[in-house]
Design a protein around this ligand. Structure first.
Ligand code: ATP
Length: 236
């Protein structure tokens, strides 16, 4: 569903993303982890199509996501991060409004229920708790019944609703590409994990394979991450 071939992204002399290749199969959950500034956002932007790589090739569902924005708007949903919504608009109003853009999409009330937000209908999204904001962002991403879901800087909630719902999305055949600093949750959730270090993929495999190959006797993805990046896990 997602093909990234030898993608390089430059902002200055040093590439932000340097020759990255990866594929994501339909129904797979792939998480990109890596230190601050390692290129996760730049890579996701290229796959979402909001920017094009300086070299290399990206395909999502067979199309160039930067060139074919119309097709991407049909097949992909992006979980928006850090959005400030108009003051008086409520969770119910905004999700209903956006659902109206997607005839044949998923009912907004059903999604709010699935993500544990049914009792937040009248609240401003700006006043939700951080985990609720993340769940609302995923509701917004799913309104159009997308085949592919992108979530940059995904925050996973302790009660597991987000992980449970993303697993459900994958079982429904949706393909999920996320970036996160939450290593324990990414280890539990993702079919495969890519570790970006200075714009290059230092590892791309199932969490247990990365742990086996890189954790140096440790037992967690955080152990492997420390060995690969030289940094302890950083959650902001
Ligand atoms: N608009 C920009 N102009 C110049 N440099 C940029 C720009 N956006 C990103 N960069 C640089 O590209 C590199 C990769 O940044 P990117 O935001 O992709 O990292 P990240 O892994 O997503 O970080 P974070 O963990 O903070 O989300 C960094 O060195 C960053 O400073």
């Amino acid at each position: 569903m997602i093909v990234v071939e030898d993608v390089t992204i430059r902002y200055g002399a040093v590439p932000a993303v340097d020759g990255v290749s990866l594929t994501v199969e339909r129904g797979e959950i792939v998480g990109i982890i890596g230190p601050v500034g390692s290129g996760k956002t730049a890579l996701l932007e290229c796959v979402e199509g909001t920017r094009s790589p300086d070299s290399g090739r990206v395909r999502v569902g067979g199309v160039d996501p930067h060139a074919d924005r119309t097709h991407m708007s049909v097949i992909a949903g992006v979980a928006p991060a850090g959005v400030k919504y108009p003051g008086r608009a409520s969770v119910g109003d905004i999700s209903k409004l956006f659902a109206g853009f997607y005839p044949g999409g998923i009912d907004h009330l059903e999604l709010l229920e699935r993500f544990g937000l049914a009792d937040r209908l009248r609240r401003s999204p700006n006043r939700l708790t951080p985990p609720e904001k993340q769940r609302f962002a995923l509701v917004m991403a799913l309104l159009g019944d997308p085949q592919v879901v992108f979530a940059d800087d995904l925050h996973l909630d302790e009660d597991g609703i987000i992980a449970e719902q993303l697993r459900r999305c994958a079982r429904e055949g949706r393909t999920i590409l996320l970036a996160s600093h939450h290593l324990a949750e990414a280890e539990a959730l993702c079919d495969r994990v890519g570790v970006l270090v200075d714009g290059g993929l230092a590892a791309l495999d199932t969490p247990w394979t990365i742990i086996r190959d890189h954790a140096g006797g440790g037992t967690t993805l955080a152990d492997a991450y420390l060995a690969l990046t030289g940094e302890p896990a950083h959650v902001h």
